[in-house]
Design a protein around this ligand. Structure first.
Ligand code: ARG
Length: 466
């Protein structure tokens, strides 16, 4: 801490070195550098345009800021903790480059509206990238769905075999979750895309600034209406962390299913070597690390959401230094969500294969067609509840005798109820059972084909099917 603090004029003695480090955010907010420069360029142009500084000074500032951007890209701009934060680091370097005029950049601005601007610009960009990754994830799921419309898989409730379904139907459920995630992020983008620049420290400024101009320069869709709200609002960041948590929750649910499916007990899916790892002691093992890590990383993103909500809950208006704690949470959530979406997309694109034979056997070795026996009787006029009770007795008898429903003889069926005929065998074959669930949104093959087609048409319309 040998350099003087930018704000040190009012202070008699230097900052305690540990407190200096404790206070500094440069270690992580350097991530905002590009956005800080964008914001400062817009501000510098506005200062020139409104005559608050001369056009020439404004141009000098812009050139200096562009140079810092280049220096950073080349790895030459490496501010240390003595700079406190990215905003002061840029201002100091600017003054080194352009001289005294650099000190005019901060006219009519505060780090409070500046940091709010930076974080919104950053998040706006990252939201766009995460939405693209969600599209890739959807396409990876969709490819498997198209291939597996007629592949059957046991459908579960309470993790008990319930009714057989189409594997494509199961995968499409996740496509729709990702769709809500994509739409949700679009709405959050709109609430993030609001300019706080020009709100100053908390109260606005005495200078004749032009907030519309800076907002336009930075492609913000609108302006904050209230300066206190502008510098202290992090709702958009909390909403983002909530959307990120939902994405992770969805990824974690499919991860859990993959982990189960890859187990010896299920054997529904094989993880390929490119996306699985071995054990250092048990030579036979192949571990589902990708879904396990995704499931595990979900916890930290939930944690960031709780963390930021808690940071905000007791803050009086307007800016408080507590707000500096928003950044690591946001950065880590962004990195985690992006990495998990990428890893899961790679896993589905090249790292797994469904064991269709095992799946076929699975749906043929249980009682998940029992509902269809009851439906069969109900269709013949037997009240459903009565049919349901009778089928319960039939299943119980079968379990007792160690056989499946399809193993019952025609005679045995008839003994249970005279309405049973030869066509009961066809009626309870898993393929038929699935095909007949042809209600809108159901698992019937025809419905699933239509659902996939509708989604593809939608993606084409979005220009998103490549
Ligand atoms: N590093 C600060 C943050 O991340 C920037 C704003 C500081 N403002 C202030 N008045 N100290 O929030």
């Amino acid at each position: 801490m040998d350099k003087k603090q930018t704000w040190s004029a009012r202070f008699d003695s230097p900052l305690n070195p540990f407190i200096g480090e404790f206070n500094a955010s440069i270690g992580f907010d350097i991530e905002l550098l590009e956005y800080d420069i964008m914001g400062s360029i817009a501000h510098a142009k506005m200062l020139g345009k409104t005559g608050i500084i001369s056009e020439e000074e404004s141009e000098t500032l812009v050139r200096g800021l562009e140079q810092i951007r280049e220096e950073y890209k080349r790895g030459e701009f490496k501010p240390g903790v003595e700079e406190e934060d990215v905003h002061l680091a840029v201002e100091r370097r600017l003054t080194e480059i352009v001289g005294e005029v650099g000190k005019k950049l901060h006219t009519a601005r505060s780090r409070n509206d500046q940091v709010g601007t930076d974080i919104r610009l950053y998040l706006r960009e990252e939201i766009g990238q995460i939405r693209e990754l969600l599209r890739e994830w959807q396409k990876a799921l969709l490819r498997h769905a198209e291939e597996h419309v007629e592949t059957l898989i046991p459908g579960y409730t309470h993790l008990q075999r319930a009714q057989p379904i189409s594997l494509a139907h199961h995968l499409m459920a996740y496509v729709h979750m990702a769709q809500r995630d994509w739409e949700r992020l679009g709405q959050i983008y709109n609430r993030t895309n609001v300019s706080p620049l020009g709100c100053g420290a908390l109260a606005g400024t005495t200078f004749p600034i032009d907030r519309d101009f800076t907002a336009k320069q930075l492609n913000f869709a609108s302006l904050y209406e209230n300066s206190l709200d502008a510098v202290s609002d992090r709702d958009f960041a909390i909403e983002f962390l909530c959307a990120a948590s939902l994405i992770m929750m969805h990824l974690s649910r499919i991860s859990e299913e993959l982990i189960l499916w890859a187990s010896h007990e299920f054997g529904f899916v094989i993880l390929k070597d490119s996306c699985a790892t071995g054990s250092s002691i048990m030579p036979q093992k192949k571990n589902p690390d990708v879904p396990e890590l995704v499931r595990g990383k979900t916890g930290r993103v939930f944690g960031h959401l709780m963390g930021l909500l808690t940071v905000m809950k007791g803050l009086p208006l307007a800016y408080n230094k507590d707000l500096q704690e928003d950044k690591e949470a946001i950065f880590d959530a962004v990195k985690t969500v992006k990495a998990c979406l990428r890893a899961m997309t790679i896993l589905f694109n090249e790292g797994l294969e469904f064991c269709t034979e095992r799946l076929e056997r699975a749906v043929n070795e249980d009682y998940s067609n029992a509902t269809d026996v009851a439906d069969y009787l109900a269709a013949k006029g037997v009240p459903f509840r009565e049919a349901y009770n009778l089928v319960g007795r039939i299943v119980k008898t079968c379990i007792g005798e160690g056989k499946l429903l399809k193993d019952l003889s025609e005679e045995e069926w008839k003994q249970f109820h005279p309405a049973f005929e030869k066509d009961i065998y066809e009626a309870i074959s898993p393929r038929r059972v699935v095909a007949r669930r042809n209600s809108y949104g159901g698992t019937g093959f025809e419905q699933v084909r239509q659902a996939i087609a509708r989604f593809k048409t939608y993606l084409e319309g979005e220009g998103g099917l490549g």
